[in-house]
Design a protein. Structure first.
Lengths: 114, 116
């Protein structure tokens, strides 16, 4: 079974600063997909960014970027120029090409200080 | 267009009561999922539908949990004889076609169930 670990229960960042969230995973597969989802308080979870394991280039979506280290099985999320609206719980998730289940980490709560 | 909707948003049940949680996926989405999210944890898979067929129910914690999607659109998760350990947020997600690989799952806002 795949295991996704987020070792930081909480992170705090000053508005306009940068914060990096950690995620590691355990798998014997060579091809898979990694995701970061954002879950604001009492609101629905939305996909922030997605990385395909066979792509060496790190994915970027506006202020969100990842550092994908396949050998280390590490998939961190960097939020640049943090905004108050970035405050949420962030989940790292994993899925193989032949599966439909997402395996989630326990989440990291991000607070943004004005 | 409209996203995934769930109702009710909050449900308080007395232990032993039956509850029914509804999910309206995005129109035209073939795949539908239910996840259970305990407080402070990530979602955990419960069950998966492709159209009206329930292809995987391996994550359902007990036979008190039952899910259906009779016409391939709206789905209902039913919990019989609720227990305190059933207290959680129940998330529904849908995806357009097959649910494999990089296909995006779109989540609803969840139903927060509290069993007293």
């Amino acid at each position: 079974a795949q295991t996704v670990t987020q070792s930081q229960p909480e992170m705090s960042v000053q508005e306009a600063e940068t914060v990096t969230l950690s995620c590691t995973y355990d798998t014997s597969e060579s091809d898979y997909y990694l995701f970061w989802y954002k879950q604001p308080p009492s609101r629905q979870m939305i996909l922030v960014i997605r990385q395909e394991a066979y792509k060496q280039q790190n994915a970027t979506e506006n202020r969100f970027s990842v550092n994908f280290q396949k050998a280390a099985k590490s998939f961190s999320l960097k939020i640049s120029d943090s905004q108050l609206g970035d405050a949420a719980m962030y989940f790292c998730a994993y899925r193989t090409p032949n599966d439909y289940k997402l395996s989630f980490g326990a989440g990291t709560t991000v607070t943004v200080r004005a | 267009g409209a996203g995934v909707s769930q109702s009710p948003r909050y449900k308080v049940a007395k232990r032993g009561q039956d509850v029914a949680l509804r999910c309206d996926p995005i129109s035209g989405h073939v795949s539908l999922f239910w996840y259970q999210q305990a407080l402070g944890q990530g979602p955990e898979f419960l069950t998966y539908f492709q159209n009206e067929a329930q292809l995987d129910k391996s994550g359902l914690p007990s036979d008190r949990f039952f899910a259906e999607r009779p016409e391939g659109s709206v789905s209902t998760l039913k919990i019989q004889r609720t227990q305190q350990e059933d207290s959680a947020v129940y998330l529904c997600a849908s995806s357009l076609a097959s649910a494999w690989g990089k296909e995006t799952q779109y989540f609803g806002p969840g139903t927060r169930l509290l069993v007293l």
